[in-house]
Design a binder for this molecule. Sequence first.
Ligand SMILES: [Zn+2]
Length: 271
Amino acid sequence: MPELPEVEVTRLSFATRIAGAKVQGVRLGLPLRWPLGCAPEVLIGRTVLQVRRRGKYLLLDLSEGLLLLHLGMSGSLSFAAQMAPGGKHDHFDLQTNLGLLRLHDPRRFGAAVYAGSQDSEEAHKLLGKLGVEPLTDTFDARQFHAALRLRSTAIKQVLLGGEVVVGVGNIYASEALFLAGIRPTVSAQNISWPRAERLHGAIKNVLTAAVQKGGSTLRDFSDAAGQGGYFQLDAMVYDRAGLPCRVCGAPIKRMVQGQRSTFYCAQCQKF
Ligand SMILES: [Zn+2]
């Protein structure tokens, strides 16, 4: 599943190139997670001003209104001047005078939704509950700790929930907890200030590193139609069950939390 770094790298791959583009047509494939919310032809003639990111949503600001794009479980976006006609997994094409923006999404949990403004009800439904952005200064260590103190669920679940901080998905939650030396099952409210501060730093570091790593594969990303957005991560624990911990050599363990796999080192993450 594309996580925040993949979405950010996707944004970087086409934001500059699409800025100023005039919409010439919209093609819809099979239904996505949510309907577009307007007649496709309404968008014709509007200009794409910029592409922003909020959590795992890409926001295409138009000269009037905006499009909210989400990659869901299996989606990827490509933007190119020349592209083959839409295939059976291409469910949203935005044709512009500068190129075609295409959402390829075999499992169709992704979405392209139109909203009249970011304050509109439609936008608020999708963006309203999102926590702070981890890669901005609004992600403050003290406030992070205060928010954890209010939650009794397991820290991994709190990170995945997205209400305290957005975009820390399954891979990066496992990795950040390892780097901070925190057991994924520990109740969020029991995490002391020094440990919360360490976790705060680990979240920033692991996401920043992933964006940088993705940045180096930007060419593949923007050129290849329908390419999945996953980076080869040098994971410390994620997907390494049974392999030796890169720090202490103990075998990495796997467990299931909220139907998602969690990976950790019982030696390095004692409590
Ligand atoms: Zn270890």
